[in-house]
Ligand binder design. Structure first.
Ligand SMILES: *Cc1c(COP(=O)(O)O)cnc(C)c1O
Length: 364
C-alpha cells in the first residue's frame, strides 16, 4: 500500500531527538509559554525571515487573530481565493468581515491576480493570498493593487512552509501571515499548532495579547482576547522537525519533478511550474485534474495507492455559506469537480514514486 501520508513513518525518523526534547519538557514541568515555545518561535521567525513569530493553538486561530489585530470595521471586506480551504474564509467571517471570493487561475490553481481589481470596493481592506497546495502566489500584481488601493496583504501559509517567491519565504511577503502545523502539513506537530509571522512590532504585540486572554501584562486585560497558545510539547517537536524542513521539501520537489517528467496520460492534466523557479513550490500535495476523477481515485485505490481530494465541495457550495449557494464560480467549480491529489511525501521510496507514475499512466 502506498499511503497518501504516512505520519508514523514521517515522525519516527526523528524519534530519538523528539524523545529527548519531550523528556526535557517533562523534566522541567513547564508546559505553556516556556523555553521550547521561545526557541521554536525564534527559529521559525529566522527561517521565514520575519522579525516576529507568535505561536498559537492552530492555523484557524492564527488566521483569525491575525485579522483581528487590524481592527477593521464590521462589514469591511477581505478578498480571498474562492477555491481555498474553508478555514481561510471562516477566519474572515469570524471577525464580522465579509469574505469576497475571487476565482483562481486554472493553470496555477492560486488566486487570479487579474481578477482582483474588479472586486475591490470602498469597503475592501485587505487581500488574503493562499499559497495553495504549496505553491507561492505570484505577488507582484498583488503588491501593486495593495499599494494602489491602500490594502493590507495577508498570507495563508498553512500549505506552504518554506516556499519562496523571488528569494523570499512565504510568510514574509505581506503585512502578516498565518501558519498551521496540523500533523499533515509540511511542518507538522503531534497535534494542533499554528503561528503568526510579521515584521510589524505593534501587530506582534497585539496578536500576542489577543492570544493570551487579551492581556498585555499580568492580570491586566487590554482586549477581550482568547486563549490560543502553542504548547511546549508541540513547540519542541516542531523545533526538531524545522531543521529537516528544507530537506523534506527538496525530496517533495524531486518526487513532483519525477511525476511531471514521467506521467504521460492524455486523460490527466498535470500541475504547472512557476517558470523555472523550482523553489516557489513545496508540493504540499501534487494536484492533478481529470474529467474521470472518481474513476481515477477508485482505480488507484484498487492498485493500493491512496489519494485524497483537496477539496470535493467549494466553500460557496457549503451549507455553512448558504447565502452563496446560488453564486457561480465556474473555474472554482471545475477545479473541485476534477481535482485529485497523488501521494507526495518525504518518506516515499523511489520505487513508490515510480509505481504511482506507472499506474497512473496505465489508467484509461
Ligand atoms: C490546514 C489549513 C488551515 C487550517 O489550519 P488548522 O491548523 O487545521 O486550523 C487553514 N488554511 C489552509 C489553506 C489549510 O490548508
Amino acid at each position: 500500500m502506498i499511503k497518501f501520508l504516512d505520519l508514523e513513518k514521517i515522525n519516527n525518523r526523528f524519534r530519538d531527538e523528539i524523545d529527548s526534547r519531550l523528556a526535557g519538557v517533562l523534566d522541567r514541568g513547564w508546559y505553556l509559554l516556556g523555553q521550547e515555545n521561545q526557541i521554536f518561535t525564534r527559529n521559525f521567525a529566522k527561517y521565514i525571515g520575519t522579525r516576529f513569530c507568535l505561536g498559537v493553538a492552530n492555523g484557524l486561530d492564527a488566521l483569525t487573530l491575525m485579522i483581528r489585530a487590524y481592527d477593521f470595521n464590521p462589514g469591511d471586506e477581505i478578498i480571498v481565493p474562492a477555491n481555498t480551504y474553508i478555514a481561510t474564509i471562516l477566519a474572515i467571517s469570524e471577525n464580522g468581515l465579509r469574505p469576497v471570493l475571487v476565482e483562481p487561475d486554472i493553470s496555477t490553481l492560486n488566486i487570479d491576480p487579474e481578477k482582483i481589481e474588479e472586486k475591490i470596493t470602498p469597503r475592501t481592506r485587505a487581500i488574503m493570498v493562499v499559497h495553495l497546495y504549496g505553491r507561492a502566489v505570484q505577488m507582484d500584481k498583488i503588491w501593486e493593487l495593495a499599494k494602489k488601493y491602500d490594502l493590507r496583504v495577508f498570507e495563508d501559509c498553512a500549505q506552504a512552509h518554506g516556499a519562496m517567491y523571488n528569494g523570499r519565504r512565504t510568510g514574509n511577503l505581506g503585512d502578516a501571515a498565518a501558519f498551521s502545523f496540523y500533523p499533515g502539513k509540511n511542518l507538522g506537530a503531534l497535534g494542533d499548532a499554528g503561528a503568526i509571522t510579521t515584521n510589524d512590532e505593534n501587530i506582534y504585540n497585539k496578536v500576542k495579547a489577543l492570544a493570551n486572554y487579551g492581556s498585555d501584562k499580568k492580570y491586566h486585560f487590554l482586549y477581550r482576547g482568547k486563549n490560543s497558545r502553542l504548547d511546549e510539547i508541540h513547540a519542541a517537536v516542531l523545533d526538531v522537525k524545522l531543521a529537516y524542513l528544507d530537506a523534506d521539501n527538496q525530496r517533495r520537489r524531486q518526487i513532483a519533478q519525477y511525476y511531471l517528467d514521467h506521467i504521460k496520460n492524455p486523460k490527466i492534466v498535470l500541475p504547472t511550474m512557476n517558470g523555472a523557479d523550482e523553489y516557489s513550490n513545496v508540493w504540499h500535495v501534487f494536484p492533478v485534474r481529470t474529467d474521470d476523477r472518481d474513476r481515477l481515485g477508485a482505480y488507484l485505490a484498487d492498485n493500493d495507492i491512496q489519494t485524497i481530494i483537496h477539496y470535493p465541495i467549494p466553500p460557496h457550495k457549503q451549507p455553512a455559506y448558504a447565502e452563496w449557494n446560488n453564486c457561480q464560480y465556474p473555474i472554482t467549480e471545475k477545479i473541485h469537480e476534477t481535482i485529485i491529489s497523488l501521494p507526495v511525501s518525504p518518506v516515499m521510496t523511489h520505487q513508490d514514486v515510480q509505481t504511482v507514475a506507472e499506474v497512473v499512466n496505465a489508467f484509461n
